[in-house]
Ligand binder design. Structure first.
Ligand SMILES: [Zn+2]
Length: 501
């Protein structure tokens, strides 16, 4: 009898269908697996034999041939175990597939010698494939359940051991787990209320989180720039299902998921050091891999000590920031990775770092200060919406017992501002990426305010780009307080985040 079971394997981050064909005949007793499998697949013969024996289904001495088709693609991993084992049981006539489970489900899972099913990689991709193929669902190791439930509208059958799978095939019923039963494992530990003082910095984070604006923090060493930056994810909304899938795929490919069933739900935070290589920041390498900017996708990229980053890297960040994706080319190959994130850059205000501290402490000459500032100007600076000086806490602030707002409180305001933007743009678009047309449509000013803005732009010789940025930030500030129109207060606050030196 020839039996076919549906399973899957992956190339890059994309899954493809693998048909596991099993043929049992009366020839010389033998068990072989063909179809370009790796060592783990070769070893699956012993795992399957032993696990079936230990669950009460001993092998009869027959000629068993398993073919993994298409045979032209190399396959790796131990996740075909379960499909092969169940195919053998059906071929031997131990169970009958009266509900046509085998035609309607993808099966994947590794077997232990006792017949337990162990978790495997690439579950999200498998679930997506099952959906694309309009199958009823997928049968997966129960430890992979969190990852799989992110794909909706297909049946997920979590299996702890081979006996459970046999039971499912016989009855076509099992208690299905639903998403809301699953705890969010990604608990945040950092909270904005751990940062003393820094009202301006916190306010800028809130605006950035609400409207997706990039921030430039300027302050002396130890003033708390990185403490603030690290807490931006704590006030951002959780990723939606689509974003979760994108980010989890990225981390899954890099092998940075702590556990095989972990899902990225919280916006990621990446902070590459200025000595990191170009490939590790932008992506690349021998087997092209995503870099830090892609790992920051849907989250935050923090470049501390920005002035220390090599010019070449800063220059090559321009295009990805503009496109929200990066293409890496090699001979005959071009791979595009997503990289949409909120950028925070931080630097000292001058060479000695003390320009903003008590008068007279900074030892830099005015030409030195100018030279330093020039070093941090350029392509990336064009992308900044909020300039924020971060000052060291004074004595009073340092010993203040005042309790500051928690991340949860700030996050509530951020979420309602995001809601307003969602109904404005009918998409996940944020104020920071408004087009010219949208700016003129959604950022109308009164005649008086319009004149104020024009005089600010004129007096400080701001660029047209700066003019737009002030309007976009005003829009976000107004959204944070639920105002339909941008008023003078919002406009002046937004204007205070430009760079005037
Ligand atoms: Zn200085």
């Amino acid at each position: 009898m020839n039996i076919k079971i549906l399973s899957t394997s992956y190339l890059g981050v994309k899954n493809y269908l693998v048909e596991v064909e099993i043929d049992i005949s009366n020839g010389m007793p033998n068990f072989s697996i063909i179809g370009l499998g790796d060592a783990a697949i070769f070893e699956s013969k012993e795992r399957i034999k032993t696990s079936l024996k230990n669950t009460g289904y001993p092998f009869e001495p027959k000629k068993i041939v398993v073919n993994l088709s298409p045979a032209s693609i190399k396959k790796e991993g131990a996740h075909f175990d379960l499909a092969i084992a169940i195919g053998i049981l059906i071929s031997f006539g131990f169970i009958e597939d009266i509900y046509s489970i085998l035609d309607n489900y993808l099966i994947l899972g590794e077997l232990s010698l006792t017949g337990d099913v162990k978790p495997v990689k690439g579950i999200i991709g498998a679930a997506l494939l099952a959906k694309e193929m309009c199958l009823k669902g997928i049968i997966i190791p129960s430890e992979n359940i969190i990852e799989a439930t992110f794909i909706q509208n297909i049946r997920i059958i979590p299996i702890k051991n081979i006996l459970e799978l046999i039971e499912f095939i016989k009855t076509d019923s099992i208690e299905e787990l639903v998403l809301n039963k699953i705890k969010n494992k990604n608990l945040l530990t950092l909270n904005l209320n751990e940062v003393k003082g820094q009202a301006l910095g916190k306010r800028a984070l809130e605006i950035a989180a609400a409207g997706g604006h990039n921030i430039f923090m300027i302050g002396s060493p130890g003033s708390g720039k990185s403490m603030l930056a690290k807490r931006l994810p704590s006030i951002l909304p959780n990723l939606d299902i689509q974003q979760s899938i994108e980010s989890t795929r990225i981390y899954s490919v890099i092998g940075e998921l702590n556990k095989i069933d972990e899902i990225i739900k919280i916006p990621p935070f990446r902070a590459p050091h200025h000595t990191a290589s170009k490939a590790s920041i932008l992506g690349g390498g021998h087997n092209i891999k995503p870099g830090e900017i892609t790992m920051a996708h849907n989250g935050v990229l923090f470049l501390d000590e920005f002035s220390e980053f090599p010019r070449e890297i800063i220059e090559s960040l321009r295009q990805p920031l503009e496109n929200e994706s990066i293409s890496i080319s090699r001979v005959n190959e071009k791979i595009t990775f997503p990289c949409k994130f909120i950028l925070i850059i931080a630097t000292n205000p001058c060479k000695c770092g003390l320009l903003f501290d008590e008068a007279g402490k900074c030892s830099c000459s005015s030409s030195e200060i100018q030279r330093y500032q020039k070093k941090i100007s350029g392509p990336i600076i064009d992308r900044i919406d909020l300039y924020v000086p971060i000052k060291k806490l004074d004595y009073k602030e340092l010993f203040s017992t005042e309790i500051s707002e928690s991340s949860a409180t700030v996050r509530k305001r951020v979420l309602s501002a995001r809601k307003i933007q969602y109904s404005r743009f009918h998409s996940n678009k944020l104020n920071s990426s408004m087009s010219q047309k949208e700016i003129s449509l959604f950022c109308k000013l009164s005649l008086e305010d319009s004149l104020i803005l024009q005089s600010i732009v004129k007096n400080f010789s701001l660029s047209a780009r700066s003019y737009d940025k002030i309007l976009k930030v005003s829009r976000t500030i107004a959204d944070l307080s639920g105002k339909e129109n941008i008023g003078k207060k919002e406009l002046l606050e937004a204007a205070s985040y430009r760079k005037y030196y």
